[in-house]
Design a protein. Structure first.
Length: 402
């Protein structure tokens, strides 16, 4: 008995010594726990453009939230398809987490991620996280912005119907102009949701789209907006990065009936008499959540709240990823604010239909590929990146313009 007790005691002491020694080697030191996380950001523009500024808001929010725990490194005005040097410079700077903010960065970012498995890479608006090769350190994310576009379209439709009711325009003149960057699903999905929201309140509304074939070009965006206005469009909206369309509307309003609906931030200060409302993706939940995950050595998709699809995540109005900004009551139609709140509430409750109605959509790159919206279409069902890519027959026309 005594021998057994002695053996047990010796064994316990040995285990304690082993545990203590292992703890000394395996447990992070105080310095390691308090080590500053280096976080990199790659932007296709800078804060002079609404899109990048909207992303910079999230960066600055993270800097305040994690004050003293992170150090940020920024690369501005990086060409989309020539971004190797910018991203690699952040790798060389010792960043453990790198965000890129534009679709055109996605392919390069994923390739560099494959070469640097110890660094987490997060690409905004991209759709390649779950395509082979799937990398544990490469992630994509985007707000479900079609919800915001539908709300903005409702505000536009209310304004169009007000103009018809006051005989400022005829029903046949309820035409929306849309400045789009590229004929990508992201853009097509957005302007389709916008028009469907508008036609809910103004059934005669139609749309004309002009592509710039670039995300960020003030002069070209403004020129496209001017062409749309000259074609008779009375409301101009956009999926492009600058204030060019808003400026075009404000200038044209001196002699024409025209209003503007913005994107990425409120443009009321740019176009105080014509800009009705705007919406934006709120990048703060993802950026701060991803940083928190890396600081805690946890999976990004387990920390960030949203709709997770493998290494991809997105969310909408319900999770504050999409925000409809303040309505300019000086030019909005009556009851616009109340109707916006009602639609937002429906989105939060999961009751709002968007891609639905008596419409036939045609794939612009394959006329044989069509889609009947009478059966409905669920956007962002399997990914954060939009997938709807059909042009609605008879109500949307693509303007060939450069």
């Amino acid at each position: 008995m005594k021998q057994n007790i002695a053996v047990t005691a010796i064994t316990a002491i040995c285990l304690l010594i082993i545990y203590t020694a292992a703890s000394m080697f395996l447990k992070p030191s105080e310095n390691e726990r308090n080590k500053t996380l280096k976080v990199g950001f790659v932007y296709d523009s800078d804060e002079s453009t609404p899109y990048s500024y909207n992303f910079i808001r999230a960066q600055r929010e993270a800097e305040q939230l994690f004050n003293g725990r992170i150090e940020t490194f920024v690369r501005n005005n990086v060409p989309e398809y020539d971004c190797d040097d910018a991203i690699n410079s952040l790798v060389d700077a010792g960043c453990s987490l790198i965000f890129t903010n534009s679709y055109g960065f996605g392919e390069t970012t994923k390739r560099i991620a494959a070469e640097n498995s110890g660094i987490q890479f997060c690409s905004a608006t991209c759709d390649n996280a779950n395509t082979e090769p799937v990398l544990s350190n490469y992630h994509t994310f985007m707000g479900e912005i079609y919800e915001g576009r539908y709300v903005l379209g409702a505000a536009a439709g209310l304004k169009l119907q007000e103009l018809i009711n006051t005989q400022a325009i005829k029903p046949s003149q309820a035409k929306i102009g849309y400045v789009g960057a590229y004929p990508y699903p992201e853009v097509i999905s957005g302007y389709t949701a916008f028009l469907l929201g508008a036609r809910k309140y103004c059934p005669t509304a139609t749309m004309e789209v002009a592509y710039t074939n670039t995300w960020c070009n003030y002069a070209l965006e403004k020129k496209c907006a001017e062409a749309l206005i000259n074609n008779g469009c009375v409301i101009i909206s956009q999926h492009s990065d600058t204030i060019g369309p808003a400026v075009a509307c404000e200038e044209a309003s001196i002699s024409k009936t025209v209003f503007h609906v913005g994107y990425n931030h409120s443009m009321v200060d740019i176009a105080p008499t014509t800009s009705i409302i705007a919406a934006r993706i709120n990048w703060i939940p993802y950026v701060t959540g991803a940083i928190k995950a890396v600081l805690e050595n946890r999976s990004i998709e387990r920390v960030v709240k949203g709709h997770v699809h493998g290494n991809d995540i997105g969310a909408g109005i319900a999770n504050n990823w999409v925000q409809v900004l303040e309505c300019n009551i000086s030019c909005a139609a009556p009851k616009t604010e109340a109707e916006i709140k009602r639609i937002e509430s429906n989105f939060i409750k999961g009751r709002q239909k968007v891609f639905y109605g008596n419409y036939i959509g045609v794939n612009p790159f394959d006329p044989e590929d069509t889609y009947d919206l009478s059966s409905g279409y669920i956007e962002n069902k399997n990914a954060s990146a939009p997938s709807f890519h059909y042009i609605l027959k008879d109500v949307i026309n693509i303007l060939e313009f450069q």
